[in-house]
Design a protein around this ligand. Structure first.
Ligand code: F6P
Length: 322
């Protein structure tokens, strides 16, 4: 059984709605089991500076429904070196922390793996709006980000329709197209352009021209930031089709806001699972979702796993956008 008495927790990388729910769940599950919980501010950056304080149950009150992360987050350059990781482990030990829970995306979980590979116990929880962690069907924040973007694109559609324009909407996702793909379906887009799939500009222009000839009043193209170039795309479309085109970049609005039910529920379940792993003496694992169930994988194995986009969704978008 576990020798853990004190659990440290940090959030790292881009914030994601639901991170607070995960912190709260880790803290309260651990406190219920009699552990001490230490909150580390500003991710690995704060860890290296020893920005660490004890978390009580009351300190996580009123956080469940809030966007962002109350522990703050950062992208640390100094941590990304062997010396940085060694120093981080030293600081964790100085503060009496026996195991670390990291909530974040790919880079953050790789940081956790580096700490694990120095012999310090860690658990990773996937938290990123991008849903691009190979070992998990779901990452905390994805649902909220998509709902926020979906509402924004509905509004863009109103004005595109009034002006009979084509709207190219760039959404986040770094090098992954999961957000764009799902929004394409949810917003009834004509086309989705994502890094994982080739696209044919002539095909896009044909779709717009034939749509206009059939009386369509607007054309929505969801463009993943991993491809980018919205302005140039609009210019090209406008010149070739004669349909006025406008680009919008949704940007950071997608990362904010109160988490949806799905994000609160999954974040709470993943936080609970993380602490139960520690209680069972099981370390160096990433909590994940598989077949809608919460599972976990050894951290090196987890970070080697890959997942692709659901190509059937792209086909469905084409089928439904006639
Ligand atoms: O990983 C989440 C994310 O929002 C990506 O979609 C985006 O590419 C990136 O973070 C932006 O990062 P930053 O906050 O450093 O600008």
């Amino acid at each position: 059984m576990s020798e853990t008495k004190t659990i440290g927790i940090l959030t790292s990388g881009g914030d994601a709605p639901g991170m607070n729910a995960a912190i709260r769940s880790v803290a309260r599950t651990a406190l219920n089991l009699g552990y001490k919980v230490m909150g580390i501010k500003r991710g690995y950056h704060g860890l290296l500076k020893g920005e660490i304080e004890e978390l009580t149950s009351r300190m996580v009150s009123d956080t469940l429904q809030r966007g962002g992360t109350f522990l703050q987050t950062a992208r640390s350059k100094s941590f990304a070196t062997d010396e940085g990781v060694t120093k981080a482990v030293e600081i964790l030990k100085i503060f009496g922390i026996d195991a670390l829970v990291v909530i974040g995306g790919d880079g953050s979980l790789k940081g956790a793996r580096d700490i694990a590979n120095k012999g310090f116990p860690v658990i990773g929880i996937p938290g990123t709006i991008d849903n691009d962690i190979g070992c998990s069907e779901y990452t905390i924040g994805f649902d909220t980000a998509m709902n926020t973007a979906m509402e924004a694109i509905d509004k863009i559609r109103d004005t595109a329709s009034s002006h009979e324009r084509c709207s190219v909407v760039e959404v986040m996702g770094r090098n992954a197209g999961h957000i764009a793909l799902n929004l394409g379906l949810a917003n009834g887009a004509e086309t989705v352009i994502i890094p994982e799939m080739p696209y044919d500009m002539d095909d896009i222009k044909r779709t717009i021209i034939s749509g206009r000839n059939r009386g369509k009043k607007h054309y929505i193209i969801i463009l993943s930031e991993g491809v980018g170039g919205g302005q140039a795309l609009c210019k090209d479309i406008e010149e070739a089709t004669g349909v006025e085109s406008r680009a919008s970049i949704l940007g950071y609005i997608q990362r904010g806001g109160s988490p949806t039910t799905r994000d609160r529920v999954i974040a709470s379940q993943m936080g609970y699972h993380a602490v139960k792993l520690l209680e069972a003496g099981s370390y160096n694992r990433v909590v994940a979702m598989k077949d809608s169930k919460i599972v976990d994988y050894e951290i090196n194995e987890a970070l080697d796993m890959k997942k692709g986009v659901d190509e059937d969704i792209l086909e469905l978008i084409r089928t439904l956008s006639i």
